[in-house]
Design a protein around this ligand. Structure first.
Ligand SMILES: [Zn+2]
Length: 416
């Protein structure tokens, strides 16, 4: 289900070729009263009925007549039979067909582990399209068709005056969330041709350089949050495993676990946003047009013992790269992954590789003995060199000015 959530968004994008706006998805938890919760629940169950019906009809007709019904035919069959907005019903059918289509593509590529939709669902994500959404200030009204009660929710302040193209009601970690697709004005594109490189890391979340200057952003806070997450989760998990299935105690502990995960993951995400935003700002100040990013796949796959592996597994590199990619793209900056092997160990003077242990680079070649530069700065500079020249250049210039930063922490509100 989650794989198909963005289908309608892509279609919307195709509609506006001139691209005067950027289309983004914002997610926020909903604080609903008991009546709203009951309504949201019944809507999700209704959407699940649509899904089940589509799946049933599609399979039954094929079983009897050896013929797959088209998307339009199923839409027509299900029209007006459910307590949802007509376009919300269509959205479920569209998601169903997208799911089938993706499965078919996977099967064609020989990947048959993924099955065609077959499971009966009890709940399903509800989608409202533009025609069903009315919004005045912070009050968002999601219509469910004539004569039915609409779902009315409050938007966060930052979305009060933005046009909303689509909304989705999603159940995530014990509470309802709303994913809204919004239009944001296009940002100015960078005019320039400077190249820069990023060395992502665990101790230093990110090091960026354009060859002249460098910026090092600390990742210690991220690491400490990850450790806290592991520690608390382990305790909770142990307590949960001791309780009986279906007991009150277990339910309470589970709620506690989700509450904690919600809270800590929002903090982690907030820091990742801050880190990527700082990097983007740095690029803008220097009119950088292309950014190369070290691809640490090899580093993460190595087996280095239980603790190191857990640390590497949680190193939110993929997430950070995705955030960087979309933020840079809005400014017309390209992000290109580069193999980062050897970049932080190769001496910029003599070109010899030395395994590094400390934070400051030390060349192992006795006749060279180059030292005195931060290892991650050297790594970023190495990635830039490798990306531009194809190999390491001996005696290349190193960034002269290095700035150190910690991501600022503004604690986001605790999720209820
Ligand atoms: Zn050397």
């Amino acid at each position: 289900m989650s794989r198909c959530k963005n289908n309608a968004v892509k279609k919307l994008k195709a509609h506006s070729p001139e691209q005067a706006v950027d289309i983004l998805v914002e997610k926020f938890p909903l604080h609903l009263n008991p009546e709203q919760t009951a309504l949201a629940r019944s809507l999700q169950m209704e959407a699940a009925k649509v899904w089940n019906a589509a799946c049933n009809i599609h399979r039954t007709i094929y079983g009897r007549y050896g013929y797959w019904l088209s998307e339009g035919a199923i839409k027509a069959l299900l029209k007006g039979k459910y307590c949802l907005h007509s376009q919300s019903v269509q959205a479920v059918v569209e998601t169903y067909f997208e799911c089938c289509e993706r499965t078919r593509e996977l099967h064609e590529r020989g990947n048959t582990g993924w099955r065609y939709p077959y499971r009966r669902k009890r709940f399903f994500t509800v989608t409202w399209k533009e025609a069903a959404i009315t919004h005045k200030g912070r009050i968002l009204k999601l219509s469910n068709g004539w004569g039915r009660e609409p779902l009315i929710v409050k938007l966060p302040q930052r979305l009060a005056n933005t046009a909303i193209l689509q909304a989705q009601l999603v159940w995530h970690r014990n509470q309802y969330w709303l994913h809204v697709t919004v239009e944001k004005p296009v940002l100015l594109k960078v005019q320039g041709n400077v190249c820069a490189a990023i060395d992502p890391g665990e101790v230093h979340a990110l090091t960026i350089t354009d060859g002249e200057e460098a910026l090092v952003i600390s990742g210690r806070l991220l690491r400490s949050l990850n450790r806290l997450r592991n520690k608390v989760l382990r305790q909770l998990q142990r307590a949960i495993s001791k309780t009986k299935k279906g007991s009150r105690k277990r339910r309470k502990l589970l709620a506690k676990k989700y509450r904690f995960l919600n809270w800590i993951e929002r903090r982690i995400e907030h820091i990742l946003h801050t880190v990527s935003a700082r990097a983007v700002r740095w690029c803008l100040e220097r009119s950088v047009k292309t950014v190369y990013i070290g691809n640490p796949e090899g580093v993460r796959e190595k087996d280095c013992g239980r603790h190191h592996n857990q640390r590497m597994g949680q190193w939110a590199f993929g997430k950070l790269r995705d955030l960087l990619a979309y933020k840079l793209k809005r400014h017309g900056i390209e992000l290109i992954p580069v193999d980062e092997r050897g970049t932080s160990g190769t001496c910029p003077v003599c070109g010899e590789y030395t395994r590094q242990t400390g934070r400051v680079y030390r060349c192992g070649n006795a006749s060279c003995g180059f030292t005195g530069i931060h290892r991650d700065v050297l790594g970023a500079s190495g990635i830039l060199d490798k990306a531009l020249d194809g190999s390491f250049t001996r005696g290349r210039r190193l960034p002269g000015k290095v700035e150190y930063l910690r991501p600022q922490v503004l604690a986001p509100q605790k999720a209820a």
